[in-house]
Design a protein around this ligand. Structure first.
Ligand code: PGA
Length: 255
């Protein structure tokens, strides 16, 4: 079966509740519906409940930008998978490079978050990617191979249909210029091969999406690539016209 495509909007720590609801409303008015495409929005955590009420009955799905790796207990400030489900989340984002960098999230924490989220029936987008220095030193594949293995340690093949891998070259994020198409192609093929090696008997493998300065000008060429199942969009997802244009182009892409 051909993979479903995905457009995932990562709003990061942007917008207030009024502008969040306005943006969602505008996106809904554009009436973008494709049978084979998931549209997911990850707003700031404090707005999840209100946005999920607003989205009731919509095909647009809701994601948290983070989750904790325990079900409950003395973890001040943290939110469990069940709590996220209670406020309407179907998805969680795990291991974004900004969290790895600023919050010092480790591969071990990321792995524990993935395991618990799998068991709680959440869909997961797990981000991997190399720094500029690592690419310059020819360490891209080592880095991404290592991140993948550690993130998916002990994750059973039964859960792979709930998991998406987001490839995001760290220095490209927010730069306004996506990675070279040939580099995206090479890394996505590598991730696909690694996943096949890790799960040789599985018919289903995680989808692989690209993130890093995706916009409505570069999206069409990104979607021509073989092992690209969709995109993870930051900046451009805060602009209704740009975001809807990206959704349209992904929805209409053939691959
Ligand atoms: P960007 O962000 O599209 O603004 O580069 C992508 C991301 O960090 O997920």
């Amino acid at each position: 079966m051909e993979n479903r495509k995905l457009v995932f909007a990562n709003w990061k720590m942007n917008l207030d509740i009024k502008s969040s609801l306005r943006l969602i409303n505008d996106i809904q008015k554009a009436n973008l519906f494709f049978n084979n495409l998931d549209i997911v929005i990850a707003p700031p955590g404090v707005y999840l409940y209100e946005i999920s009420k607003f989205l009731e009955g919509s095909h647009i799905q809701l994601s948290s930008q983070n989750v904790f790796y325990e079900n409950n207990g003395p973890y001040t400030g943290e939110i469990s998978p069940q709590m996220l489900k209670d406020v309407g989340c179907k998805w969680v984002m795990i291991g974004h490079s900004e969290r790895r960098q600023h919050i010092l999230e480790t591969n071990e924490m990321i792995n524990k978050k993935i395991l618990l989220s799998c068991n709680n029936d959440l869909n997961i987008i797990c981000c991997v990617g190399e720094s500029y220095e690592e690419r310059r030193q020819g360490k891209t594949f080592n880095k991404i191979g290592d991140q993948l293995k550690r993130a998916l340690r002990d994750v059973s093949a039964n859960f792979l249909n709930q998991i998406v891998i987001g490839y995001e070259p760290v220095w490209v994020i927010g730069s306004g210029k996506a990675a070279e198409i040939s580099d995206i192609n090479e890394v996505h093929d590598f991730i696909f091969d690694q996943l096949k090696l890790m799960y040789p008997d599985s018919k289903i493998l995680p989808r692989i999406v690209y993130g890093g300065s995706v916009n409505n000008a570069n999206i069409s060429s990104i979607m021509t690539l073989n092992n690209v199942d969709g995109v993870l969009v930051g900046n451009a997802s805060l602009d209704c016209d740009k975001f809807c244009d990206i959704v349209l182009k992904v929805g209409n892409s053939n691959d």
